[in-house]
Structure formats: structure tokens, C-alpha cells
Design a protein around this ligand. Structure first.
Ligand code: SDX
Length: 429
């Protein structure tokens, strides 16, 4: 079959570049030889038209509102799978057999405790520090406690570090929460599943027995699944770029945590609930819709819009349904925030400004309502996103490290600064 090529004409020269085809989705123009052939760079701030890597982990069709983890649609996984099974799928590429899942579950369960010395590490933070500030610190500090799994050239150490990160991130997150509310840390328990263990570490106290509500645990497990991976988003790209320098996995995941914290990215779930609370009543929605459309007002509808989805985020659909179920389970009738969210969505989806820009609710629009109802403060919302996304970051990092084409990431620029000039002595300035 003749190779497909893209032609670029510059002046009287025409250059050809191979067009590469994936299994699904847009083809790519391989421009790796562009600079050596033409002396020109491409220009794509924000990477709106750039494929930064090959990957076989997650596929998104933004126009269809489709999300596949290793080919499986997110709505099927949300309904039929579990977070740990999804972790196995993302890490190893196939759904596990019964015995493989049991073995993986046991392996993760046995790595949930953290080095006791890490308890003292938390004590260096102010109690009122934002939990994401704590997480950025303690995840990076994992390299100081688990340096026997930081050699990225040793596949065995890469595997151990991956399991340690996935297993310990809920423990670190629960410790950040406990520390922020002045309660003692709660050790993980091996008789509880991943989501139940997390709820137990967050909400149990030594003074009394804590019983996990299985329906709430199921909702948490589902929220983890919905957030597990999402192609080359900002924090995943941060993890890949950090990993391209052969930095250790804990440092790379800490970089991902830091990037996720931004309100334009994972921090939007905290910002979205704060926005819904600020709106307060259905009557005030038009005022905020007007602000979101006003170019002179930096306000944006948090939890709305997406770089890739130009249709309804498939995760938001599942999240809205889960919000209704959780509020029913908890007997939180007509939760005003959920009413405001649903009416805000209805109005926005009929408004020309949002329609022509294809702005729909994203994964962060409803998640805060659930997390708030379960008992988490808004400051913990992005921490929970980081817990769930750790498996995606790890899977993408492992894929990048194992890629024979791996190179250190080093973008270039369009330089607008001063051309070369001679130093002027201060007496002459
Ligand atoms: C996540 O990438 C991922 O996959 C991320 C994520 C994942 O799972 O990893 O899905 C998780 O980060 C979801 C997104 C969470 N962020 C928010 O909800 C914050 C609010 N959303 C916006 O900041 C914005 O929509 C972004 C950042 C999400 C996307 O921005 P883009 O694609 O760069 O879009 P843009 O800024 O170029 O906006 C296009 C137009 C602009 O108007 P015009 O200049 O064309 O007139 O749409 C407007 C924007 O002003 N716009 C909004 C808006 N989002 C975009 N206007 C009002 N409210 C909004 N939320």
C-alpha cells in the first residue's frame, strides 16, 4: 500500500511528510524531520493540534462524547466493573481473569500502609494547609522513603513503584484529610475493599465503630473509575514530560498532582461546588450566566467546557445519575445545590453562547455535589481526583518509559525577544 504523505510548500520547495494512521481516531502528520528539512518549527501553544506520543491506553472522541479505557466504553465499565479491575485493565491492557484480579487485589491491599516515619513528615505542615499542598509534598517525599524502587531502568522496580503508588495514594490522601481536621491518622485495613478502606481511613475515629455504607462505597468506587485516566490531559502530559528526563516515578506523580490542582483542570471540582454555592438559588443563575459570557469578566462556569469534548462529557452523565442516587441514599431531599446545578445546566445548554462554543458539563460539574453529600470538604475534592487519576498517570508513565522511541521532551519556541546586543555599563544607562 503506498504510504500516505502530507505536502508542505515553502516558496519554490515542496516537502513531504508521512501521514501515520492509528487504530481509531485522527491520523497524524509525522513532522519529526520538519526542522532538519526546513529550518522551521510548528507553532501550537496549548497543543490544540498536536499528538505528543503514541498510546494504546485511553481513547476520546470529543465530538461523539466517547471515552474508552483500552477499548471498553466508560459507561459499560462504570456499570459492570470496579476501580481495581479498571486499574488492572489500564496497567496491563486486558480485563483480568478471576484469579488475576484476586492476586492484583491482594498485592495492592498489602501495600496500603506507608512508612511510619511519614507520619512525622505530615507534622511539618500547618493544620490549615490546603490538602493538595500537602499531597504535592508527601507524594514527592515517597522517593525519600521508597528509594529501593526508584531505578526506572529496572522493570521490577518500576512494577513495585507502580503498585506502591496506587496502593498508598488513598492512605496519603486520608492522612492529609485527618491532619487538616486534627483527628488521628487511621491505618488501612486489609479486610476492606479499596473504596471502603478509603472511606474508613477518612471517616472512622478511634472512639467508636465506623460502618462503611456499601452503597456509598460503591459510589466512591464508581467516582474513582470515572476519573482513572483521560488520554493526554494537562497533568498526564506533565507526568510524561517529567518521566522523559528519567526522573523517578514518585517525582513524576508529584508533578502530576501539582498540575491537577489548577482550577482549569482538576481543581475545577472544588471551584464548581463553590460556584454553585455562590449562586445559591435558581433565581441568581441568569446573573452568573451573564458574567460567564462577559469577556471583561474573568468568571467562567466551572465544571463547564472541555478542550476535547465538544459534546456532553460521558462521565458527567454517569456522575449526574450517581449524584441523584447518593442524595436519595443519604435522604438529602431536593438538595438546593443539585437543583441549582440542574437548572444551570438546562439554561446554559439552551443559551446560544454555550451552544455555539459547544460548552457542556464536564466530569467536575456534578462530582462535588456527591463528595459534599458523602462528607468531604471542598478542599478534598481535587485530592480525590488525584487518588483516582494516579493509576492513569502510572499507566501512561510506564507506557512512555517502555517506548523504544522515548526521548526527553524538549519543545522549542517562537522567539520575540531582543536580538543579540552588547552589554551596556551602568555608567552609560
Ligand atoms: C478537566 O483535558 C482533560 O481531559 C481534563 C479532564 C481530565 O479528566 O483530565 O477532563 C479534567 O480538567 C475538565 C475541565 C475542568 N475545567 C473547568 O471546568 C474550568 C472551566 N472550563 C474552562 O476553563 C475551559 O472550558 C477549559 C479550560 C476546560 C477548556 O478550555 P479551552 O479548550 O482552552 O477552551 P477556550 O479557553 O479556548 O474557550 C473557548 C471559548 C472561549 O470563548 P471565545 O474566546 O471563543 O469567545 O469558550 C469559552 C472561552 O471564553 N469558554 C467558557 C468556558 N469554557 C470555555 N466560557 C464560560 N465558561 C466556561 N467554562
Amino acid at each position: 500500500m503506498t504510504e500516505k504523505v502530507a505536502k508542505l510548500t515553502l516558496g519554490d520547495q515542496t516537502y513531504e511528510f508521512p501521514v501515520l494512521e492509528g487504530s481509531v481516531g485522527p491520523e497524524v502528520i509525522d513532522i519529526r524531520s520538519l526542522y532538519s528539512k526546513t529550518g522551521l518549527f510548528t507553532y501550537d501553544p496549548g497543543f490544540t493540534s498536536t499528538a505528543a506520543c503514541d498510546s494504546s491506553i485511553t481513547y476520546i472522541d470529543g465530538d461523539k462524547g466517547e471515552l474508552l479505557y483500552r477499548g471498553y466504553p466508560i459507561d459499560q465499565l462504570a456499570e459492570k466493573s470496579s476501580y481495581l479491575e479498571v486499574c488492572y485493565l489500564l496497567l496491563y491492557g486486558e480485563l483480568p481473569t478471576k484469579s488475576q484480579l484476586a492476586e492484583f487485589d491482594d498485592l495492592v491491599t498489602r501495600h496500603t500502609m506507608v512508612h511510619e516515619q511519614m507520619h512525622y513528615f505530615y507534622r511539618g505542615f500547618r493544620r490549615d494547609a490546603h490538602p493538595m499542598a500537602v499531597m504535592t509534598g508527601v507524594v514527592g517525599a515517597m522517593a525519600a522513603f521508597y528509594h529501593d524502587s526508584t531505578d526506572i531502568n529496572d522493570p521490577q522496580q518500576r512494577e513495585i513503584a507502580s503498585i506502591r503508588m496506587i496502593a498508598k495514594i488513598p492512605t496519603l490522601a486520608a492522612m492529609a484529610y485527618k491532619y487538616s481536621i486534627g483527628q488521628p491518622f487511621v491505618y488501612p485495613r486489609n479486610d476492606l475493599d479499596y473504596a471502603s478502606n478509603f472511606l474508613h481511613m477518612c471517616f472512622s475515629v478511634p472512639a467508636e465503630e465506623y460502618k462503611v455504607n456499601p452503597e456509598i462505597a460503591r459510589a466512591m468506587d464508581l467516582i474513582f473509575t470515572l476519573h482513572a485516566d483521560h488520554e493526554q490531559n494537562a497533568s498526564t502530559s506533565t507526568v510524561r514530560l517529567s518521566g522523559s528526563s528519567d526522573a523517578n516515578p514518585f517525582a513524576c506523580i508529584a508533578a502530576g498532582v501539582a498540575c491537577l490542582w489548577g482550577p482549569a483542570h482538576g481543581g475545577a471540582n472544588e471551584a464548581a461546588l463553590n460556584m454553585l454555592r455562590e449562586i445559591g438559588t435558581v433565581e441568581r443563575i441568569p446573573e452568573f450566566i451573564a458574567r460567564a459570557k462577559d469577556k471583561n469578566d474573568p468568571f467562567r462556569l466551572m465544571g463547564f467546557g472541555h478542550r476535547v469534548y465538544k459534546n456532553y462529557d460521558p462521565r458527567a452523565k454517569v456522575m449526574q445519575e450517581t449524584a441523584r442516587k447518593v442524595l436519595d441514599i443519604l435522604g438529602v431531599e431536593n438538595n438546593p445545590t443539585l437543583q441549582v446545578a440542574k437548572e444551570l445546566e438546562r439554561i446554559a445548554l439552551e443559551d446560544e453562547y454555550f451552544v455555539e462554543r459547544k460548552l457542556y458539563p464536564n466530569v467536575d460539574f456534578y462530582s462535588g455535589i456527591i463528595l459534599n453529600a458523602v462528607g468531604f470538604p471542598t478542599s478534598m475534592f481535587t485530592v480525590l481526583f488525584a487518588v483516582a487519576r494516579t493509576v492513569g498517570w502510572i499507566a501512561q508513565w510506564k507506557e512512555m518509559i517502555a517506548d523504544p522511541q522515548k526521548k526527553i521532551g524538549r519543545p522549542r519556541q517562537l522567539y520575540n525577544g531582543s536580538p543579540a546586543r552588547d552589554y551596556t555599563p551602568i555608567s552609560a544607562r
